[in-house]
Design a protein around this ligand. Structure first.
Ligand code: MG
Length: 326
């Protein structure tokens, strides 16, 4: 039997030579986060618009939204299998967990924020403000004091594809909800389309994405950062990073205060996950072959970055950890 030459060797089959060129260091400060022998993995494909990844370490699974398919999916860390977690999902979008570990979801249909109790029943936390329906909550984060902060940009009432077409009754805003009392306050009302949001590790800062350019060519495409006061007010808002020529969507901080942003709508070289230092410098990128809409850290060490990327779910290990509970 003859031995084929090296040139004839078929290396195809989905493997990647390390280091993965999809993990790009743009600044030396990112080098310590890149793991040389870690590869960007596609864990699943078959969604229409993947969103809202949230890690359940206790169940060793990741749950995420597939908005147009009106379902939530669950990826099992042990078996690597994907199954349906909830269908219909009320066109759920962003997800997180509260301090008791309960799933908190933004839902386009019903225009509400819901909480899934430990027994599986669903509690509507908020679907209106001063007697008017919310537009369609998009993304959500829970503060360590238990309050639920969410954005309400109205994407879910613009197309039947991702919800149900309806008239907006309220301006696009960011709200803070005390789920104990049911009291809600407006924390920001000067966004065109407020989208992803997350706190800094010390919760002294809140980052909020504006995707106003999605339906207004002159609208903003940036991430703003605010100081969070002891009274839960936002002050000193300033642009943290301009996302043009693309847009950001979901965002998360790591323990070092870097901001990881799902990025897309500008094609190869841009789409994927962007890592910004606390001063706003783009220090690294995870390149994906699809638009990334949202991301979260997971795994036992919270060192695995899960990325909801259009039709697929991706993940890569990085040498840092997610800052936020869960
Ligand atoms: Mg979003």
């Amino acid at each position: 039997m003859s031995t084929p030459s090296l040139a004839e060797r078929d290396w195809s089959g989905g493997v990647v030579r390390y280091p993965d060129p999809a993990v790009e260091v743009l600044d030396d400060s990112f080098s310590k986060y890149r793991i040389g022998n870690a590869v960007v993995e596609r864990l699943f494909t078959g969604c229409r618009w993947a969103e809202g990844p949230v890690w359940f370490g206790d169940a060793r699974c990741l749950i995420w939204s597939d908005i147009p398919n009106n379902r939530m999916l669950r990826w099992n860390e042990e078996s690597q299998e994907v199954s349906v977690y909830r269908n219909p999902s009320h066109h759920s979008n962003g997800n997180t967990r509260d301090r008791q570990g309960r799933l908190v979801s933004c839902e386009h249909t019903g225009r509400r924020v819901s909480r899934t109790e430990h027994d599986g029943s669903i509690t509507v936390l908020m679907d209106s403000f001063e007697g008017k329906s919310l537009n369609s909550p998009n993304d959500v984060v829970v503060h360590s004091d238990g309050s639920v902060w969410f954005t309400d940009p109205g994407y879910g009432i613009m197309l039947n594809y991702e919800g149900k077409v309806a008239e907006a009754e309220l301006p696009n805003r960011v709200y803070r909800l005390d789920p104990e009392s049911g009291a809600a306050t407006i924390v920001a009302d000067d966004f065109l389309r407020p989208n992803g949001l997350c706190f800094s590790p010390g919760e002294d800062l809140l980052y909020i994405v504006d995707t106003g350019r999605s339906h207004d060519p002159d609208g903003p495409s940036h991430i703003r950062v605010f100081d969070v006061t002891a009274d839960n007010l936002l002050e000193n808002g300033r642009v943290f990073v301009d996302m043009n020529p693309g847009m950001a969507d979901g965002i998360r901080c790591d323990v070092d205060g870097n901001l990881w942003a799902a990025a897309g709508w500008a094609g190869p070289g841009f789409d994927g996950a962007h890592c910004y230092a606390p001063d706003g410098t783009l220090i690294g990128q995870i390149h994906l072959p699809e638009i990334c809409a949202n991301l979260c850290f997971g795994g036992a060490e919270k060192n695995r970055l899960f990325m909801a990327g259009s039709q697929s779910l991706y993940a890569v290990y990085v040498e840092t950890a997610g800052a936020q509970h869960p």
